[in-house]
Each structure stands twice: as C-alpha cells, then as structure tokens.
Design a binder for this molecule. Structure first.
Ligand code: ZN
Length: 308
C-alpha cells in the first residue's frame, strides 16, 4: 500500500504506482498537487499554488526496468487550503467504494462531508454525485461479471402481455440456473417433482417449482417460475421451458411426480407424453384425510402406496 511519501531515487514498479502514491500524498498533506507531465515513460507533478516550488519528476530507469524519482523539490512555499484539483470524482469513487458496498444508502452530501472529516479536503456537490454514480456503475459491473462468469447459460425468461390500454403487464417468469441444470443432467436421478402453490394477498398468481433427487436421495432444486394465473397455457409453457432446459425429449425414462393441479397434469401430458406421471402420495393422503378422519387411514394408505 503506497504511503504517500516521496524521496529522491525512490523506485516504483509502474507509473501507475507513482500516480497512486501522488494521490496518497495529496490526501495526506492537502496540498494542491497536479500532474504536469503524463507520458509513457515520464511522469511529473507540481504544486499548483502560485509561486510554490514543490515538484517531482519520475521516469523509467531502463537498466532496471523500474520508475525512479529523478527530481524532487519537497519544500512548499504555499499554505495547504484543502482544495485539491487532482482529487476528482474517480479518486473519490475509489475512496468510497467499500463504504457504499456496505451502505448503499450513503448519500452524495454524506460523501462530501466524509471527505472533509476524513481528509479535510473540500469537494463540490457535483463531484460527490458523479463519484457516487461511478461507484454504483462499478458495483453493478462487478455483479454482472460475476453472474456471467458463473451462470453463462442460465435461462431467464420473462413474458408480458399488453393490456387494452397499451400498458404491459407481467405474465410469466421462468428461471433455471446453469449450474443446477448441468448438475441435474450429470448427477441426478431421472425423477422430477413439480409443485404449484397459489400466491396469496395482493400478488395473486402461482409459483411453480421443480425439484429433483440427488444421488443421496436428497431434494435438489432445479427451476422455478411465477405465472399470473393457474391455467393450461401457463403450465404448458412452464413444462415446455423445463423440457428444453433439461433435454427431456418426449419424457422417455422420466418419472414426474406432482400434486393434483389439473393444469400441471395437462402441461405434462402435452409436453412430455412419454413420461410416467404419478401423483405425489403425500398429496393424495392429504386429500383423503379431508374426507376420512379415521386414525386407521394413515397406516393403511401408506401400505397401499408403497406396495411394489
Ligand atoms: Zn505548494
């Protein structure tokens, strides 16, 4: 980590390292130092206050391939005022990146205040606004890159329908992460559980989930969807998306277990006609229990359900 201290014949591995050290120097001393030479192998900075003689010059030292401070006049004739031309939005953005990551609510005026409190340096409101925006762009880019690196072939489909007044309205969303579908194909048993649950309150619609069984017979999440309503079209679309993602063909050698939602049964028979489709025993039992309250039902039911 550069400490913001300079000396004659000091070495830097890169020009960038020299520049970072100069920024550190400015933050530490509040001097109005600016870069006045910016070349491929030469960098120079000076104090921008009138009649101040502070300056530094650094260039590549060829035999050793490093940057070396060749000139350093380290006496200021000026007084530090805390207005530093070189402390621009990108520098401020670097200083506050981690703060905003921890607290995205941190406002532009707060950044301005913190610059004053931590470094005793005065920045303008537009500078802190631009810096804040740069930080959000950077964090967003990080997220995008991470997502692309780990989920390149993730399927996300969102469909809307246009209402009569021209407004677009949510209809369907389906998500299947690349890792999950790849691993299901490689490692899991050819059993798929489909389930639908109604969303309550103001949201309405239905959430559809797909789970598998891993080699240890543990539950393995595969995909999920939210649709605006339970109907045949929505469920057919959902099973269709799943069929493409998991390469299910016509459903040969696949066992589907689901609850008794009629539209799900319809979707499976339409899209995966060859699949063996069974109803989840737990759901059948729950329905039977509504009609028959007897204590003897449960053991009898499971004896029938598990009969080979
Ligand atoms: Zn000076």
């Amino acid at each position: 980590m550069p400490d913001g201290v300079f000396s004659l014949r000091q070495l830097f591995n890169t020009g960038e390292e020299f520049k970072v050290n100069a920024i550190r120097y400015i933050l530490k001393t509040r001097r109005n130092v600016v870069f006045d030479r910016w070349e491929k192998t030469k960098l120079g900075a000076k104090c921008n206050e009138n009649d101040c003689g502070w300056r530094i010059y650094c260039s590549v030292e060829n035999p050793i391939g490093k940057w070396m401070v060749k000139t350093y006049d380290d006496e200021h004739q000026c007084h530090p005022v805390g207005r530093c031309k070189q402390i621009k939005s990108p520098v401020i953005a670097d200083l506050f990146l981690e703060d905003i990551r921890r607290d995205p609510e941190m406002s532009a005026p707060k950044i301005k205040d913190e610059m004053k409190r931590r470094y005793n340096i005065i920045i303008s409101p537009p500078q802190s606004q631009v810096a804040r925006r740069m930080i959000f762009d950077k964090l967003q880019a990080e997220t995008n890159e991470q997502f692309e690196r780990t989920n390149k072939n993730t399927t996300v489909q969102i469909n809307t329908i246009r209402r009569e007044d021209g407004e677009e309205m949510f209809s369907q969303i389906y998500i299947c992460f690349d890792r999950l579908k790849r691993s299901w194909k490689q490692n899991c048993r050819p059993i798929i559980g489909l389930d639908g649950t109604f969303l309550k309150h103001s949201v309405q619609g239905m959430i559809l989930t797909v789970i598998g069984r891993d080699p240890n017979n543990q539950i393995y999440p595969i995909a999920w969807a939210v649709v605006s309503a339970e109907n045949n079209d929505n469920c057919e679309w959902f099973v269709h998306m799943l069929k493409l993602d998991l390469d299910l063909g016509e459903g040969e050698n696949i066992l589907i277990i689901s609850d008794m939602h009629r539209s799900l049964i319809h979707g499976v028979s339409k899209e995966l006609p060859m699949a063996e489709h069974r109803t989840c025993a737990r759901h059948i039992y729950a329905n039977l229990k509504k009609l028959h309250k007897s204590d003897t039902l449960k053991p009898l039911f499971w004896r029938v359900a598990c009969e080979k």
